[in-house]
Design a protein. Structure first.
Length: 277
């Protein structure tokens, strides 16, 4: 699952129970979160959600301003073997405040490399986002394990880019990839309902003043090559796209997917999914 939680914007206190309710209903095994708030010396939104859902939490680098931080986080049903934070570049290669959180999860299927990120948002910042996805792809290539045998890496995040943007095309192989031999399957393109999958949607009450709604900005991506059908997308859907108790949880809708977890066995039915249960 991937979800931008909209930090402390809007009616943030009223939105917290709705966020927790959506997470509890989806019961995802692995969750990438963006715009997570952290109080200096106080509460941490990811840890609060992890405690409520019985998940492990890994929080990204925090840099406080006026007592609050804005970061990414991972929630996992299984223990976290390693946790890394990596700063992403600007278009000129210098470090930006954007980051990626990378964890190795001790899952029943074996170690899973799982990442979440939040790229630059301005409409004219495609060059920065291209630099950022290039850095992420290089990192995945280093950490994903043997693509012939290992469970594929899963990249989640708010990429602030539509599917035909240069930065997304670099990841999905629609144009020459950053790392030869590494592309990503877009879960919505494979397992969605055939609709546009807008995660930034004018139906959302929080987007009444949005300049450019009706876009798919949030992604769940699975690395390729991989040992077929390990990690293959079974289905993909949106969550948090309906009010909970009259409150829409975030300005973004979440993306959720089921992935295949093991190779089929001779004489058996297809293997079951990893995802909401």
């Amino acid at each position: 699952m991937s979800w931008n939680l909209w930090w402390r914007f809007g009616p943030w206190a009223e939105r917290q129970p709705a966020i927790a309710a959506v997470l509890a209903a989806e019961r995802a095994d692995l969750v990438g979160l963006q715009e997570v708030w952290v109080e200096e010396g106080g509460a941490n939104q990811a840890e609060i959600l992890a405690a409520a859902t019985g998940l492990h939490a890994a929080v990204g680098e925090v840099r406080f301003r006026d007592g609050l931080a804005f970061t990414n986080a991972v929630l996992s049903r299984w223990p976290l073997r390693t946790v890394e934070h990596h700063r992403l570049p600007r278009a000129d290669g210098s470090p930006s405040h954007r980051q990626v959180v990378l964890v190795t999860v001790d899952a029943p299927v074996g170690p899973i490399t799982f990442l979440t990120t939040h790229l630059d948002w301005p409409f004219d910042a495609s060059a920065a986002r291209v630099a950022q996805v290039r850095a992420i792809a290089a990192l995945v290539a280093e950490r994903r394990g043997d693509p012939a045998t290992a469970f594929p890496a899963v990249l989640t995040g708010d990429l602030n880019a539509v599917p035909d943007a240069d930065e997304v095309r670099l990841l999905t192989g629609a144009t020459a990839p950053t790392v030869p031999g590494l592309v990503f399957t877009d879960a919505w393109a494979v397992g969605g309902d055939g609709g546009p999958g807008h995660t930034w949607d004018r139906r959302n009450a929080h987007l009444a003043q949005a300049t450019w709604p009706q876009r798919r900005l949030d992604y769940l991506l699975v690395s390729w090559p991989r040992p077929k059908p390990l990690g293959s997308v079974q289905r993909c859907w949106l969550a948090g796209d309906r009010p909970v108790g009259g409150v829409t949880a975030s300005d973004h809708y979440a993306v959720v997917a089921d992935l295949r977890t093991d190779l089929p066995r001779v004489g058996s039915a297809d293997a079951g999914p990893i995802g909401p249960r």
